[in-house]
Structure formats: structure tokens, C-alpha cells
Design a protein around this ligand. Structure first.
Ligand SMILES: C[S@@+](CC[C@H](N)C(=O)[O-])C[C@H]1O[C@@H](n2cnc3c(N)ncnc32)[C@H](O)[C@@H]1O
Length: 293
């Protein structure tokens, strides 16, 4: 399949505001310029729905940059869900918990072994584990970072003041952000059964590829998505969506059979290899690219 390269490059994550408290594996900060362009290219959506929210950077950016009125974030992972519930409903309590915590290997191990007493404690635990485990991976089997950033050890990505600043900004926007701990596919089905002209969907599902070899399996506790069904659900609606996937023959064939449009974005992975990612829309949105096989 011939897919054009997007005229908008993937940005270095340092070039856009980091608004999420999570360092999320598969996070889409590099896609933010595409998101801005997409949301500005049509009538301003009232609601942005993110059915596979993860670190939520797209919802946070869309609301904070006033590209939409409101957003709905959906996530099935209970630990990630706890973080969003705490951040959106108990911002000051979560901030207080961060302020009073001294991060050492012992305090992190102790926290990871303890059953959280309430949603603030659960959200706080998610945040600490996310920022101390290698690659931010929360799924079972993830290990703690050993050397850390610049050899600074387990605390090398624990920046309390930065996290507090981000959480305060999220709490300020919380009246415009809803969160739902459920299956994103189900939310899509019920949402698209009603009129949805003023809704935009950002769809970033976990992808394991045929045979389950891709990173999705290792990175997320929930990674079993029926991709063909997801494409059909979108095709049967008239929803304004932007979807992202790793490039693969399986996904190319779904794009072709539903007559969707895709551009390819080259991005740097953590190891500086360039991996092709697809940005898929119903109508051409990023059209002036260069054709590649
Ligand atoms: C590729 S990540 C999303 C990353 C996100 N776009 C970001 O920038 O951080 C996919 C997310 O979908 C979640 N997930 C997997 N299956 C789900 C389901 N059925 N419903 C809702 N969320 C699901 C995973 O836990 C993971 O957080």
C-alpha cells in the first residue's frame, strides 16, 4: 500500500507542553501538532472522546488549549483509572500526598506492597510506580529502573514540583474533563448509537499485531482488542476520528477495506530507531505529504 508521509513531522517531546503526570509507554506527546491541526481543520468539536486514554495527553492538551469544550477519557486499567480519578476529583489531596513523600527504594517497595486504602492512595501509588519503573511500564513483570536518568537511580524521574504543577493545572480544568473506568469499545458503541456530529474521537488502542508479538502485550495489562471490529464500528458511523497504529500489513488492509485515509509519521523510539506510525482519518486531513511504499 502506498502511504504518504505526513507533512507535519513528529516533534521531539520537549517541543510541546508536557501536561500529563504519567510518563506513559506508547504516549502520544509527539503527535500533538497533528492533533492541533486535526481539531482545527473542522467545525470545533464540543466533546473529544479518548476511549483508550492511558497518559491522557491528547485530552489534556485539547481542553487546556481550548480546542474542544470538554473531554471524556476512558481507561480499563484499574491502576491508571485510579490516578485519573484522584487527579480529577481529589487534586489537592493528591498534591499533599506527593509533598509529604520522601522517595527512596525502600519507600517505593513498601508502597508497591501495600493495598491502597482509598482512591487517592491508589492514584498516588500508580504515579510513584509509573515514575520509578523502567519505561513507565505498570503491567505485571515490569522492573524498577536501575541506573535511572544520568545514573541518578530510582528517583531520577521523580520531580515532585513539576508533578504538583501539572496536577494543579489538571485540577483547574477538571470541570471540563470526565473520566470513565470501563471498556473503550463499549463506550464507542453506545456513543455512536446517538447523534455525534459535535464529537471528535482520538483512538489509540494497544496493538499487539497478528500473533501478539508487538510491544502492546508487554506494556499494558489490557491489550486484547478486536481491531477489525474497532475499524467496523468507526466505519459504520459518521464520526470524526483520528486513530493511530504501528504500521503493519494487517492495519493497512483494514484501512484499504474501509476506504480510510492514512499518513505515515516517522518517529524516534527510545533507542533512536525510526519506527513508522500511521495516523488514520476518515477523510484526507494531512494530504500534502510525500508518497512512500
Ligand atoms: C497505546 S495506549 C494509549 C496511550 C495514550 N494515547 C497516551 O498518549 O498516553 C493504550 C491504552 O489503552 C488501554 N486499554 C486497553 N484495552 C482497553 C479497553 N478495552 N478499554 C479501555 N482502555 C483500554 C491500555 O491500558 C492503555 O492505557
Amino acid at each position: 500500500m502506498v502511504i504518504t508521509i505526513s507533512p507535519i513531522p513528529a516533534v521531539n517531546v520537549a517541543a510541546v507542553p508536557q501536561r500529563s503526570p504519567l510518563r506513559y509507554p506508547g504516549g502520544k506527546t509527539w503527535l500533538i501538532p497533528h492533533i492541533r491541526f486535526w481539531l482545527r481543520s473542522t467545525k470545533r468539536p464540543r466533546l473529544l472522546v479518548e476511549p483508550f486514554a492511558g497518559g491522557g495527553i491528547v485530552s489534556l492538551t485539547a481542553v487546556m488549549e481550548n480546542l474542544v469544550d470538554e473531554s471524556l477519557m476512558v481507561e480499563l486499567d484499574k491502576d491508571v483509572a485510579a490516578l485519573w480519578k484522584a487527579a480529577l476529583n481529589y487534586g489537592p489531596e493528591l498534591v499533599a500526598r506527593i509533598s509529604s513523600f520522601t522517595l527512596t527504594r525502600e519507600s517505593v517497595v513498601q508502597l508497591s506492597c501495600k493495598r491502597p486504602a482509598d482512591v487517592v492512595e491508589h492514584g498516588f501509588r500508580t504515579l510513584v510506580l509509573n515514575r520509578t519503573r523502567r519505561g513507565g511500564v505498570l503491567a505485571q513483570g515490569a522492573s524498577f529502573t536501575r541506573k535511572g536518568e544520568n545514573g541518578a537511580g530510582i528517583a531520577s524521574r521523580w520531580y515532585p514540583n513539576t508533578l504538583i504543577r501539572r496536577l494543579r493545572a489538571i485540577a483547574e480544568c477538571a470541570p471540563r474533563i470526565s473520566f470513565c473506568e470501563t471498556d473503550g469499545m463499549q463506550i464507542l458503541v453506545s456513543l455512536l448509537a446517538k447523534p455525534h456530529d459535535d464529537v471528535a474521537l482520538f483512538v489509540d488502542p494497544p496493538y499487539t499485531g497478528k500473533g501478539g508479538k508487538r510491544a502492546g502485550k508487554r506494556l499494558y495489562a489490557h491489550n486484547d482488542i478486536d481491531h477489525a471490529r474497532l475499524f467496523s464500528i468507526l466505519a459504520e458511523s459518521n464520526a470524526n476520528f483520528l486513530m493511530t497504529y504501528d504500521r503493519s500489513l494487517e492495519i493497512e488492509s483494514l484501512i484499504e477495506s474501509h476506504k480510510f485515509h492514512a499518513v505515515q509519521v516517522l518517529m524516534k523510539s527510545g533507542h533512536h530507531a525510526r519506527l513508522p506510525e500511521l495516523v488514520i482519518t476518515r477523510y484526507p486531513c494531512f494530504s500534502k505529504g510525500i508518497a512512500v511504499a
